[in-house]
Design a protein around this ligand. Structure first.
Ligand code: NAD
Length: 310
C-alpha cells in the first residue's frame, strides 16, 4: 500500500516560474489594493478594473512554465499517493503532471457566475487568451467573473482539504506565509506523529509550526533536499506502516461534522457533497457522475470511509 504524501503549496512555489508572490517585497499586494481587486465590494464598485487585473493574470499564465519544484512533485506520484492542496490560482501543478490537485482559492483558467460563484452550471473553463468582458454572461444570465475565491468569500474546498491532511502519512508545506485563513489553519489537521516538512527560503513570521523540519531554501532547490530526506534509510525506517485504505479508520482528531465528497477524474476536482451525507446521497452522486468518479469518501459516526475506485 502506498503512503499518502500530502503537499500544501502557496505562491512561493510558482515564484521561480515568474509569478510574483503576494507578500514578498516585490509581491503583488505592494503594487495593488487587495480589497479593491479581490473582493465582491471591489468588483461591484469597479468591475472593469477587477476584470483588467484578472485578464492580465490569466494571459500571463500562457507565458509561464511549471518549474522544477512542480515537476518533482508530479514525479513523486511514481512512489506515493500524492495529493496537492494549493492556494495558488495558476495551473502549474496540473501542467507539470500532478493528477490530484485541490485549488482552495479558485482557478484563473475558469469563470463563473457573479450571482452564485459556486453554481456548478456556471463554472467552466475559459480560454486564457480571451479576456472576460463587461457584458459577458454566465449560464444564469449574470455578469461572468473569474472563478477566484475573493477575500471574505467561503472557501468551499476546506473540509476536503482538512480530510486529506488528516489522511497524510507525510505532510509537506511549500512557499506559503501561512497568514491567509482559513487555508493557513490546515497545518493543524496533520496527525501529530507523521513527518512534516516546510520548504521556504525565509523564516515564517508566525514561527515554524510544531513538528516541522524547515528546509530553508527556494522551492526549486528545497524539493531536491526533500526527496533526499524521503529516500534516506533512516527516514524510511521511521515511517509507520501504511493504513489499509479499505478498512475504515477512526481518526483521533475526528470531532467534525459528517461530510462527503467525490473525486472527479475528468476535470480533476473534488466535488463536496456537503454535511450530513448519507448512503443515498453517495449513490445519487455516483449516478450523476457515472464513469467520472475516481474516488469517494464519507465520514460517518466517527469513522472515515474511503474508497479509491479502480
Ligand atoms: P504569500 O505571498 O503570502 O507567501 C509566499 C511565501 O513564499 C513566503 O513565505 C515566502 O517566503 C515564500 N517564497 C518566496 N519565494 C519562494 C521560493 N522561490 N520558493 C519557496 N518559497 C518562496 O503567499 P501565500 O501564502 O500563498 O498566500 C497568499 C495568497 O496569494 C493565496 O491566497 C494565493 O491564492 C494567492 N496567490 C497565488 C499566486 C499563484 O497562483 N501563483 C500568486 C500570488 C498569490
Amino acid at each position: 500500500m502506498r503512503q499518502n504524501l500530502v503537499v500544501f503549496t502557496g505562491a512561493g512555489i510558482s515564484a521561480e516560474s515568474g509569478i510574483p508572490t503576494f507578500r514578498d517585497a516585490n509581491g503583488m499586494w505592494g503594487k495593488y489594493d487587495a480589497m479593491k481587486l479581490a473582493s465582491v465590494a471591489g468588483f461591484e464598485e469597479d468591475p472593469q478594473a477587477v476584470l483588467d487585473f484578472y485578464n492580465a493574470r490569466r494571459k500571463n499564465l500562457l507565458e509561464v512554465e511549471p518549474n522544477h519544484a512542480h515537476r518533482v512533485l508530479a514525479d513523486l506520484e511514481k512512489q506515493y499517493d500524492v495529493t496537492i492542496i494549493t492556494q495558488n490560482v495558476d495551473n502549474l501543478h496540473e501542467r507539470a503532471g500532478s493528477s490530484k490537485v485541490l485549488h482552495l482559492h479558485g482557478e484563473l483558467s475558469k469563470v463563473t457566475s457573479s450571482r452564485n460563484r459556486l453554481d456548478p452550471k456556471c463554472i467552466k473553463e475559459y480560454p486564457l487568451d480571451v479576456p472576460i468582458r463587461l457584458g459577458d454572461k454566465a449560464a444564469d444570465g449574470s455578469q461572468l467573473r473569474p472563478y477566484i475565491v475573493w477575500f471574505g468569500e467561503y472557501v468551499d474546498g476546506m473540509e476536503l482539504a482538512e480530510y486529506w491532511v488528516q489522511q497524510a502519512d507525510i505532510f509537506v508545506v511549500i512557499g506559503t506565509s501561512l497568514v491567509v485563513y482559513p487555508a493557513a489553519g490546515l497545518v493543524e489537521y496533520a496527525p501529530s506523529e507523521i513527518p512534516k516538512f516546510l520548504i521556504d527560503p525565509k523564516d515564517l513570521k508566525g514561527g515554524l509550526p510544531a513538528g516541522f523540519q524547515h528546509i530553508k531554501a527556494k522551492a526549486v532547490e528545497g524539493v531536491d533536499e526533500l526527496v533526499r530526506r524521503l529516500e534516506s534509510k533512516d527516514f524510511i525506517g521511521r515511517l509507520q506502516p501504511p493504513q489499509d485504505n479499505n478498512s475504515p479508520q477512526p481518526h483521533p482528531n475526528h470531532q467534525r461534522p459528517m461530510v462527503g465528497g467525490l473525486w472527479l477524474i475528468d476535470d480533476m476536482r473534488f466535488e463536496g457533497l456537503g454535511a450530513a451525507v448519507e448512503y443515498g446521497d453517495i449513490v445519487d452522486a455516483l449516478c450523476r457522475h457515472v464513469g467520472r468518479v475516481g474516488g469517494l469518501f464519507a465520514r460517518e459516526d466517527g469513522e472515515i470511509l474511503r474508497h479509491q475506485l479502480e
